[in-house]
Design a protein around this ligand. Structure first.
Ligand SMILES: *Cc1c(COP(=O)(O)O)cnc(C)c1O
Length: 395
């Protein structure tokens, strides 16, 4: 009898709407790129994870088409029955080479990589020491495993050390962190984390979804930025952000860990193989990053330019020199009104407020891409100036 559930859901939906947190989806009529077409107008897009502009890159699209021709549309199988093609192994090897790890396993999404990671590796004898701002998929993955849980304050190395001391009686321990915290644009202190891991005999896990392909001089992620390549035991990442933005994810790291995941990780064992077109395009994405350093340097140039311009206007911004640029508005209502105003004037950005971020720390998150040109960034800056003055955020 659906009636009783329907009543309950309607009440809940109304509550979400009243609280201003109902999520509406804007329909895009063009490919994902720096200027996107919506029903009403064209807007400059500053809210995609398309950091390297590869989502509409011609070479990537050609590679996807070629893979369709040579390897078909889909595998209609999980990997271990009849779903592994040569290109799946090629991509796993390519990711391992790129990240300088021992082996890699593909998943349908990074959400699945994180969801299927912990349960095969750890049980009640072990402890997971996790950053308080970790991604939802990490939190869900940890929930599915019986290990003891310790939570340390975001990026707080003192607190992490305290939790490592408290958890010293467990068999294996793993420090678990996002490589980049996506609400703040901050990069995890992996150099310090690796030191502590060594001192307290712990493993290190990093989810590098907002870093793989573009953070670090060669795009090897937060491990490269922190000079700890080779010291991270487990890295998860996505093919759905900088690496073309299609979909798919992976876990990369020590050989035996990846081996066990292939045997026991449930989202891998019980979910369909990544489509060949995505695999072909992702291979090409890593090729482009390895062979054309100007994609990453252009992104860094754009990021530095935008961050400097926005600071000069008098806004507070958070984060390290990452293309996620949180422009602090503090007030929930102003953040939402101001992002609406920016959108109406052709700059697509999103405001975040409580409970997504702490109370009183509302912000507009801007995401820079290497596909933005200077004119587009200048337009965003000048509109931020106008909006900031209009809403009383800056003088
Ligand atoms: C985006 C993201 C994910 C999920 O990636 P998908 O491949 O889209 O499932 C997981 N972790 C972090 C930190 C992310 O930013």
């Amino acid at each position: 009898m659906y009636n009783s559930l329907r009543k309950r859901l309607k009440v809940e939906i109304d509550q979400i709407k009243e609280s201003g947190r109902y999520k509406d989806e804007r329909i895009i009529l063009s490919p994902q790129k720096s200027i996107i077409k919506t029903k009403d107008e064209n807007v400059i897009n500053f809210c995609a994870n398309n950091y390297l502009g590869l989502a509409s890159n011609d070479e990537i699209i050609d590679a996807a088409k070629r893979a369709l021709d040579t390897h078909g549309f889909g595998l209609a199988s999980v990997r271990f029955i009849c779903g592994t093609q040569d290109i799946h192994k090629d991509l796993e090897n390519k990711i391992s080479n790129f990240l300088e790890t021992e082996d890699t396993i593909l998943y349908a999404a990074a959400f699945d990589a994180n969801g299927g990671l912990f349960e095969p590796l750890f049980d009640h004898n072990d402890a997971i020491v996790s950053d308080s701002l970790n991604h939802a998929s990490i939190i869900d993955g940890i929930r599915l495993c019986k290990a003891a849980r310790f939570r340390y304050k975001n990026n707080d190395m003192k607190d992490l050390e305290q939790k490592l001391i408290e958890s010293s009686n467990y068999r294996n321990r793993v420090i678990v962190t996002d490589g980049v915290f996506s609400m703040d644009g901050t990069i995890a202190k992996l150099d310090k984390i690796c030191e502590l891991a060594k001192k307290y005999n712990s493993l290190v896990f990093v989810d590098d979804c907002h870093a793989t392909g573009f953070v670090g001089k060669n795009g090897k992620g937060s491990q490269e930025e922190n000079n700890v390549i080779g010291k991270i035991d487990i890295i998860t990442g996505t093919l759905g952000k900088a690496l073309g933005g299609g979909s798919g994810g992976f876990t990369s790291g020590k050989k035996e860990i990846i081996d066990i995941l292939r045997q026991k990780s449930r989202p891998y064992l019980f979910s369909n193989t990544l489509a060949p077109a995505i695999v072909g395009a992702s291979l090409k994405a890593i090729d482009l990053i390895e062979n054309n350093k100007s994609i990453i340097s252009k992104l860094n140039e754009n990021t530095t330019y935008f961050r400097n311009q926005i600071k000069e206007l008098g806004f507070d911004i958070k984060g390290d020199n990452h293309p996620i640029v949180p422009v602090m508005i503090y007030d929930d209502k102003i953040a939402s009104e101001m992002s609406d105003y920016l959108l109406k004037n052709g700059i697509y950005v999103v405001g975040f407020s409580y409970p997504v971020v702490p109370k009183g720390l509302a912000r507009i998150r801007v995401q820079i891409s290497s596909s933005h040109n200077k004119k587009q960034i200048d337009k965003a800056v000048s509109l931020f100036k106008k909006a900031g003055q209009k809403f009383g955020v800056i003088n």
